[in-house]
Design a protein. Sequence first.
Length: 262
Amino acid sequence: MRLTSDQVARFEEEGYLFLPEMFTAEEVAVMRGEVPRIFAQRRPENVRERTGDVVRTAFATHTYDPTFAALARHPRMVEPVIQLLGGPAYIHQFKINAKAAFDGDQWQWHQDYGTWKNDDDMPGPNAMNVAVFLDDVTEFNGALMFIPRSHKLGVLEAGHDLETTSYPLWTIDKDTIRRLVAEGGLVAPKGKAGSVLMFHGNLVHASPGNLSPFDRTIVYVSLNRVDNAIRRFQRPEWIAHRDFRPIEPLPDDCLLHLGKAA
């Protein structure tokens, strides 16, 4: 799969690209069917919310679950990223963010590359995220919020927030967010399960808590160009991966024929 020149230009200008219903209902059902079993496991990769016993993030599921191993190498995800990054890429991080109905907590305002730089010593912002919706994402269940074009500002000053949620994050202060929103506006891409969001590592984003009765489960794959591999290994390997081999895409039907993905 290749993006059109218009799609590439839109990504470069706005910092994100929304591709509705890139995965079929059948493919989404295969992925979503694995989630309850994964969330039920007591393993360090499953980070739970600060209150209650609800999974916030399940890291590195592609390392032990065949379905998400296939998604990690799916051509509809990998090939556009290679195109946008301008070279072969490896998986820096893979996670399922749950944002459970009623209990899913916020993600504060931040840039992902800010964390990758500060925690992992990633040399440059030659990395990006791909998000696959496993549930319909609406205005009610904690949609991602982006500040368009904020990726052009480079790495912004951030503080290390260790208290607001159960997951530490390098976050951007409120005055800076006010200024950026006044300059660039605010968008919240929404869509059906199976839709895909691609966004630049420096794009400023956040998401509110989920007070609705509807789950909002999204798979995030952070892909980094091979020549931009991290140089600090202070975080667990299941958060910041050390396998820098380039991804080799699988056949397009790999989610429906998992035997071929083995």
